[in-house]
Design a protein around this ligand. Sequence first.
Ligand code: AMP
Length: 280
Amino acid sequence: MHVFHTISEYRYWRNKLPLDVSVGFVPTMGALHAGHASLIEASVAENTFTVVSIFVNPTQFGPKEDLSKYPRTLAADVALIEQQGASIVFAPAPSEIYPETPTQMIFGIRDLDKKLCGASRPGHFNGVVQVVSLLFHIVQPHNAYFGQKDFQQLLIIKQLVKEQHFPVKIIGCPTQREVDGLAMSSRNVFLSEREREQAKVLSAILFHLQKNRGSFASIESMKNFAYSALSDCPLARLDYFELLEENNLNEMPDLLSANCPHAFIAVFFGTTRLIDNLRL
Ligand code: AMP
């Protein structure tokens, strides 16, 4: 396995590949866990070569967010990637990706970026789309793997690829969870013991609604269930809980006529923000 820190090193390797191979790509911000490992595993199974990028992208963090304290664990990440059988780690410095102060890039992502995390984190998806476009140009993958844990991001990347005609197939992979249901996240390490205990409320709400969907008469009653479960967790501060149509994030008229209803939740524990989602 090679670890490249510059675009020119990567391009030298990429340009030598024959035309009949496939390159799978897993973009990450590092601090890797079993969720990332599952994406790498899927790519290794389906491609000749797998490239994993590690890049904490500054343009997707708001001014008051956790860019400087985001966990950075390069040595452990490289070991995990090698163990999974990937071929290349691409870990550029911010100055390699953005040699000049990046300009704001506006993409037509059909208002998918205006709701949920986009409403709570203005500019976040613009930064995500910006870095994913740059990485697609550099890496030139055939297939790219993204987690359903970040469901809105996955939809936006699919829209980006469609609109910009990137010759890349986007593959969504299932959310990996801890034993008690909490979705794995690089930010879970910031939770105190009490916060970690209460953090299982996110997935508990989602799985309860999925299992008992038929016993809820309305969207409102599902929302009330979520609010009531959260009120038992004094350390949890709700950012959003929404029930939307899965393919376009549109509001649903009602539960019966809804097309693929999907629940989305974001909760703060102190300054740590956790997200989760589930098809109902
Ligand atoms: P991040 O490093 O958090 O930017 O995530 C990199 C990729 O890993 C994204 O496509 C995420 O959706 C995916 N990912 C993060 N957590 C999980 C998880 N628990 N299960 C599956 N995929 C995940």
